[in-house]
Design a protein around this ligand. Structure first.
Ligand SMILES: *[C@@H]1O[C@H](CO)[C@@H](O)[C@H](O)[C@H]1NC(C)=O
Ligand SMILES: *[C@@H]1O[C@H](CO)[C@@H](O)[C@H](O)[C@H]1NC(C)=O
Ligand SMILES: *[C@@H]1O[C@H](CO)[C@@H](O)[C@H](O)[C@H]1NC(C)=O
Length: 464
């Protein structure tokens, strides 16, 4: 491709974008390699694809960057890996499927199609989501886990190995939800295919205490989940000027009365765009309803919800993950102890859960904490926020803790979505394990799930 050509095509696009607003995709689709990816794909929050966080996987889904491991250390051997992984791509929940159906009906019955894409929705697209799909893992979701398994095995060949699998040194733990169980099975299939071995009697343990702790924390359920006031900022943002603007713009495009486009319907359209990409790798005509500015507003709404329901918004959100936190460090402690005698009994732990499992643990451990809370009125201030769920918890998101035996002692490295991330306030990508334990000393000596989660606290005044 010559520079002249590409310049022309950029000009052409800009020009056509200015003229016709939303014909951008159809104009660019013939030539653009990434035409299957909507321009708003980076704003889907927890409904985003893993590939948007790791775009190099679009070229080679099994590619691995080994240079991320143990930088700046000498004589290191990985001795244990714990991976806490979100389930793969899934269908929408029944609730959202019903919303999509309502939007589709409205577009069919009321919208006036002046644009090609809108006509495409009315004549070519059909509502193929059905109630019974309710949150189930899709084929792409199984692939997410199969491929992740192969990449992790490539990254840690001495730990995620056939021998360790056969000897029961790799443990699998999952939430009881079918999409998680199916993900774990797909992960195992990925390993078996890689090593070309038939079934070796692989099992998994269902453990909701660890992977769905939020269902068992009464103080969280009453104080946040069933408490509308706790999510006040989300409701306020639904009524904000930013959201109103997105609603009105959508109504204008469909040429329906403003009052017919509720925030639920705006979200349904955004979901449709995200699901068609995540499940079918399609740049759906629904995506034309939004530009990047709109998508940023909807992304913020989702981040606000996660922030107040799963993140820093309420202390109990983080604390509800105490059991998982202790389980992780117990595992690391055990490996650290055993390595002194030369043999770690549990080389690898694979744990599959939900975005709602990963976010509280990340918050408990101090990752992605912004100086200012996310509120309904500070979107502009929060454009550079670190608490950005599109980057943190797409489908198949994973937290990987790697314990190394190095010449200077034991070291711990953290990878988020296969990229190194420093522990908060520790300026090293693989600090000494002792340094990490010290940094989390307060949590390691406290963070008692029963105490944090029980509803009616007996009088502790004397203890303080
Ligand atoms: C691999 O990881 C290193 C360290 O994080 C990074 O500098 C480099 O750009 C990565 N390479 C690729 C091809 O992504
Ligand atoms: C509900 O949330 C609000 C705001 O966080 C809080 O003040 C209130 O105590 C909560 N109510 C219950 C029953 O926990
Ligand atoms: C972090 O460590 C790097 C390399 O060791 C050093 O160059 C940098 O100044 C350190 N940053 C802080 C904030 O301490």
């Amino acid at each position: 491709m010559t520079p002249t050509l590409s310049k022309q095509s950029v000009l052409f696009r800009t020009f056509s974008l200015a003229l016709t607003g939303f014909s951008f995709y159809s104009v660019s689709s013939a030539k653009d390699v990434n035409s299957n990816i909507p321009a708003i794909a980076n704003y889907f929050g927890t409904k985003g694809r893993y590939e948007e966080v790791n775009p190099h996987l679009l070229d080679d889904i099994l590619s691995v960057n080994k240079s991320i491991l143990k930088p700046g250390c000498t004589g290191c051997t990985a001795v244990h890996v714990t991976a806490i992984i979100r389930h793969g791509t899934r269908f929408p929940t029944s609730k959202n499927i019903r919303r999509m159906q309502r939007l589709y009906d409205l577009v069919l019955n009321e919208a006036v199609a002046t644009d090609t894409w809108l006509n495409d929705i009315k004549t070519k697209w059909h509502m193929w989501y059905t109630d019974d799909m309710d949150g189930k893992l899709v084929k792409k979701g199984r692939d997410d886990h199969r491929h992740l398994a192969v990449r992790l095995a490539t990254l840690f060949p001495s730990l995620i190995s056939e021998e360790n699998l056969r000897n029961g040194r790799i443990r699998f733990i999952t939430s009881s939800k079918h999409r998680c169980v199916d993900s774990v099975v797909a992960f195992q299939e990925g390993l078996l295919n890689l090593w070309k071995v038939a079934e070796v009697g692989l099992g998994h343990k269902i453990n909701d205490e660890l992977m769905r702790f939020f269902d068992q924390c009464q103080r969280f359920i009453e104080g946040v989940e069933n408490n509308k006031t706790a999510l006040e900022q989300v409701y306020l943002f639904k009524d904000s000027a930013e959201m109103k603007r997105v609603q009105m713009k959508m109504a204008d495009q469909l040429q329906v009365p403003y009052s017919h486009i509720t925030t639920d319907l705006v979200e349904a359209a955004f979901f449709l765009c995200s699901y068609e990409l995540a499940i079918k790798s399609l740049n759906s005509p629904w995506c034309n309803l939004f530009d990047e500015t709109d998508a940023q507003v909807l992304e913020y709404k989702n981040d606000l919800k996660q922030y107040w329901k799963r993140g820093y918004g309420h202390d109990i959100n983080r604390k509800s993950s105490c059991t998982l936190f202790h389980d992780l460090f117990n595992r690391l402690d055990r490996a650290a102890h055993e390595i002194r005698f030369g043999h770690v009994s549990e080389a690898v732990t694979i744990q599959v859960g939900h975005a709602e499992t990963l976010l509280p643990l990340l918050a408990l451990m101090g990752f992605f904490r912004d100086e200012m809370p996310l509120t309904a009125d500070n979107l502009d201030m929060q454009r550079g926020r670190t608490f950005c769920t599109s980057r943190i918890v797409p489908y198949a998101a994973n937290l990987v803790f790697v314990l190394y035996d190095c010449s200077e002692g034991l070291r711990l490295q953290f990878l988020l979505n296969e990229k190194p991330l420093n522990f908060p306030n520790i300026n090293h990508s693989a600090p000494l394990y002792g340094t990490v334990r010290e940094a989390y000393g307060e949590l390691l000596h406290g963070c008692n799930f029963e105490k944090e989660c029980e509803l009616h606290i007996p009088n502790h005044a004397n203890e303080l």
